[in-house]
Design a protein around this ligand. Structure first.
Ligand code: GDP
Ligand code: IMO
Ligand code: MG
Length: 417
């Protein structure tokens, strides 16, 4: 049976968590394949809000198994806290949670290094969430860090000390006043003990067996395609492949197992952190959408930058991922404005182009203006005619059907076409 994939097509926070939770009952396994606790996936279930950083967004469904795959960089302290918090809500949760022994561990010094490295960038900061993501992936590629499976080995502490010393020496090359606080290690060692009590598995074998036995897997992306380490607006990106290739390397499933690729986008754009954002709106409309859409980071609380939908960027993301179906989120938010703008082309020195361009300094968005669904009340779960026209236009521009329309944060505020 197949692997379906949900991934973000913009700069993250598209509403992936909500969607995964909404469609999870159709699947046997929900699997995170990359990223770490830089992710903040918000689920609203009958009015109750949960923000997940490391747990896959199928965790609230009793019939779904949830996997943290090998491609994830796992902070045991955050995982421990996240589970502890949710156990009050559901004490059977860990019975359906599985963790790959090959997932990379985030150590306290990774988080310290992240701060030191980001601090040293002065006015060129990436805007990292400072969760240790970049240093952990750096060490994974350098082949010198610890994996989840290593916590079961007798020399774990010895190896940990070696890496910690290496990190503290590395910090000396950066001009910083920041001091490493050994206090962080108390929580770390407690969380390592806790991690040992979870179901730690050879997940690539486990997941392939499930597929061979007819099971259905949903791979849950974190971040968004425009933050991909290869295809995003480098260097203002995260440190993993957020796009389709990350599914195969981050879970150990073959490309031929992938069936449906559900691309998720907001009816407008947001970005948190630094980096190019051609359709950014700095005016009143941007502020209005930010307030109406509650566009403040789920992980860091930072205000998100807001702008109009960018069709060339979206088309590029659909191309890279081979998107088969689209889900448009936060359609309700745009009812705060009368006319909705969409960037369809860019103006360059050499004329108009319709393809995505990374020549950010020399492109200007060209907008189409469409009539909005101003003040429309979505409580009847009906799509108004003006929104239907917006959807049809986007489908024409992208040549991919929009099959899901989200009209509110709750699991039930979802329309399937
Ligand atoms: P993710 O990282 O892609 O899972 O997205 P986040 O959870 O970081 O950000 C999406 C935000 O929008 C969260 O606060 C969600 O509760 C909220 N949200 C998701 N879908 C909708 C929607 O259709 N309408 C509204 N108003 N909010 C939504
Ligand atoms: P979800 O899964 C939005 C951004 C950060 C920063 C850059 C690098 O909730 O969509 P990092 O901490 O990875 O070193 O930060 O990437 N970023 C996100 N932006 N949503 C996310 O995740 C993000 N994860 C990282 O703001 O610009
Ligand atoms: Mg988020």
């Amino acid at each position: 049976m197949p692997v379906d994939v949900i991934l973000g097509l913009q700069w993250g926070d598209e509403g992936k968590g909500k969607l995964v939770d909404a469609i999870a009952p159709n699947y046997d396994v929900i699997a995170r394949f990359q990223g770490g606790a830089n992710a903040g996936h918000t689920l609203v279930i009958h009015g109750q809000k949960h923000v997940l950083h490391l747990l896959p967004s199928g965790i609230f469904h009793k019939n779904c198994k949830n996997l943290i795959g090998n491609g994830v960089v796992l902070d045991p302290v955050i995982l421990h806290k996240e589970i502890h918090h949710l156990l009050n809500h559901d004490n059977t949760l860990t019975q359906r949670l599985y963790v790959s022994k090959k997932a990379t561990l985030i150590l306290p010094t990774h988080k310290f290094l992240d701060k030191v490295q980001e601090d040293s960038k002065k006015d060129k900061k990436i805007g990292s969430t400072l969760k240790g993501i970049s240093p952990a992936y750096q060490d994974k590629i350098a082949r010198l860090t610890l994996k989840v499976g290593d916590i079961l080995k007798v020399n774990f502490q010895e190896k940990y000390l070696e890496i910690k010393n290496y990190h503290l020496n590395l910090c000396k090359i950066y001009p910083t006043d920041l001091q490493y606080d050994v206090e962080f290690e108390k929580d770390f060692w407690e969380s390592i003990e806790y991690l040992k009590s979870l179901q730690l598995i050879e997940s690539e074998i486990w997941i392939n067996e499930i597929l061979q036995n007819g099971g259905k897997v949903l791979a849950e992306g974190a971040q968004g395609s425009m933050l991909d380490i290869d295809f995003g607006s480098y260097p203002f990106v995260t440190s993993s492949n957020t796009t389709i290739g990350g599914v195969c390397t981050g879970l150990g499933v073959p490309p031929s197992s992938i069936q449906d690729v559900l691309g998720v986008f907001k009816a407008y754009c947001t970005r948190v952190g630094s980096g190019p954002f051609p359709t950014e709106n700095f005016g009143d409309i941007g502020n209005l959408i930010r307030e109406k859409g509650k566009e403040f980071g789920a992980t860091t609380g930072r205000p998100r930058r807001v702008g109009w939908l960018d069709i060339p960027a979206l088309r590029y993301a659909c191309m890279i991922n081979g998107v088969t179906r689209l889900a448009m989120m936060k359609s309700d938010v745009l009812n705060c404005i009368e006319n909705v703008k969409v960037c369809t082309h860019y103006q360059t020195k050499h004329g108009e182009i319709s393809d995505y361009s990374t020549d950010y300094e020399n492109i200007q968005p060209i907008y189409a203006e469409l009539k909005g669904w101003h003040n429309y009340d979505f409580s009847s779960l009906q799509v108004p005619e003006t929104l239907n026209q917006y959807i049809t236009q986007i489908e024409n521009w992208l040549q991919i059907p929009i099959k899901i329309i989200s009209i509110g944060p709750d699991r039930n505020q979802t329309i399937y076409q």
